[in-house]
Each structure stands twice: as structure tokens, then as C-alpha cells.
Design a protein around this ligand. Structure first.
Ligand SMILES: N[C@@H](CCC(=O)N[C@@H](CS)C(=O)NCC(=O)O)C(=O)O
Length: 218
């Protein structure tokens, strides 16, 4: 049975692959699971039909028969548990990979999301510059710690895992800020993730959605 995910009909990031359906698409590609996509407008995301799938009226969601999931991390974990390739077989290594999944979403992503809030919603505030500097420093703290742990390894803990998939997805959100380039091993780590064939297929598919939306408007 082909699962169905939801994604933006027209992504606000203009096809840069930063919306959270991208990490689910990437995981699906890594495990070789074909899927369908239901595209949603911002209005449709807030309708009762979608809220029945996602209590907060957001994307992505994941439907597989009677199973409905929301939260990109939970969806990636489900895929990693049901298919080979994203979590190690060894129980301890598997638990460590799951720790990295949580670290990506709970420890590294929050200050990165703060930066987006500052840049997009707080530019007109008198304290904008001060807050921007503070948030950038909070990101640098996490990137420095992550960079130290990664060292010259290819991936965070042995072979590529769902932990790397989520960490790279989160780090991609600061790629254009220049902060990532302050940590060459992290920049190279992200580039390794982006070079994976599964990532490239997922990226091309989400970009095709954005380009089709643009073409539909002209
Ligand atoms: N923690 C959630 C966050 C979901 C989320 O913020 N989705 C964004 C797209 S990346 C969204 O739907 N934004 C529109 C909105 O909140 O109205 C996850 O990881 O799935």
C-alpha cells in the first residue's frame, strides 16, 4: 500500500526544500518506499478535514492505511523502524541513532527556528539587532558543539542513519545565513547529505511541485 503524505501546494521557501515534508520525502526515498502526495493550500491546512489528520493544521502528515501520523520526526522514525536502512540493527547503536534524531529536533533546531522568527517577524522591533546577535550566538554554540563531536567523521555515529537525515535537514535551514560555513566540517557534512541520491530525488520532487504551481499562475 502506497502511503500518502501532505505538503504545501506552494511552499513559502520557493522550492528550496526547507519545508518539513522534505525530510519525510527523503526518508521515503532512502528506504525505497513509493508514495503519493496530497498538496494543500494554507487555507485547506486549517480545515477540519486536514485537522482530523493533524491537530495543529500543519504539514507534513503521513497516512498508511488506517495509520495517520503527524510530526516529521515521528514519521521518519516510523519509516526507519518499518524499513531497513535508516537505523542500525544493533540495539545500542539504534538507540544512539534515535538520540541523534531527538538532538536534531529538540536541541539543534530550536535556535535555528528562532533565527527565522527574528528575520521574518521581528525586523521592525527596536531590539532587532540585539536579539539577532543573541540568536546567532545561540546557534553558534550548538554548531560548535556539534562540529566538535562530528570531528572528521562522515556521519554522527557510524553509518548514515535517520539521526543524520534529521540533523542535515535541520542544518540546511541555516545554510544561507553563512553560519554553517564557520564550521567547515559541518558544511561538508551537510553537503554529503545533499549529495545522496535519495536526497536529490526528494529535492527534485518537491521542486517540481513548486515549479508546477508557478507555471499554473502564468
Ligand atoms: N514540529 C512539526 C512542525 C510542522 C510545521 O511547522 N510545519 C510547517 C511547514 S514546515 C507548517 O505547516 N506551517 C504552516 C502553519 O503552521 O500554518 C514537524 O516537525 O512536523
Amino acid at each position: 500500500m502506497k502511503p500518502i503524505i501532505t505538503a504545501f501546494e506552494r511552499s513559502p521557501d520557493r522550492g528550496r526544500g526547507l519545508a518539513r515534508d522534505m525530510r519525510v520525502r527523503w526518508a521515503l526515498e532512502e528506504v525505497g518506499q513509493r508514495y503519493d502526495v496530497r498538496l494543500l493550500s494554507f487555507a485547506a491546512m486549517k480545515e477540519p478535514a486536514h485537522r482530523a489528520l493533524h491537530p495543529f493544521g500543519q504539514i507534513p502528515t503521513y497516512e498508511e492505511g488506517d495509520l495517520v501520523l503527524f510530526e516529521s520526526g515521528a514519521i521518519v522514525l516510523h519509516l526507519a523502524e518499518c524499513h531497513a536502512g535508516l537505523l542500525p540493527d544493533d540495539a545500542a547503536a539504534r538507540a544512539r541513532a534515535i538520540s541523534w534524531m531527538f538532538a536534531a529536533l529538540n536541541t539543534v533546531e530550536p535556535p535555528i527556528l528562532d533565527l527565522q522568527t527574528v528575520l521574518f517577524l521581528e525586523r521592525d522591533k527596536s531590539w532587532y539587532e540585539q536579539r539577532l546577535a543573541m540568536v546567532k550566538d545561540a546557534i553558534r554554540k550548538r554548531l560548535g558543539e556539534l562540529s566538535h563531536r562530528l570531528g572528521d567523521a562522515d556521519w554522527l555515529d557510524g553509518a548514515f542513519s535517520a539521526g543524520d537525515l534529521l540533523m542535515v535537514s535541520v542544518l540546511l535551514r541555516v545554510k544561507t545565513s553563512g553560519l554553517l560555513d564557520e564550521y567547515p566540517n559541518l558544511a561538508a557534512y551537510v553537503a554529503r547529505g545533499e549529495a545522496r541520491p535519495a536526497y536529490r530525488r526528494a529535492f527534485a520532487d518537491q521542486l517540481a511541485v513548486f515549479n508546477a504551481a508557478l507555471a499554473g499562475e502564468s
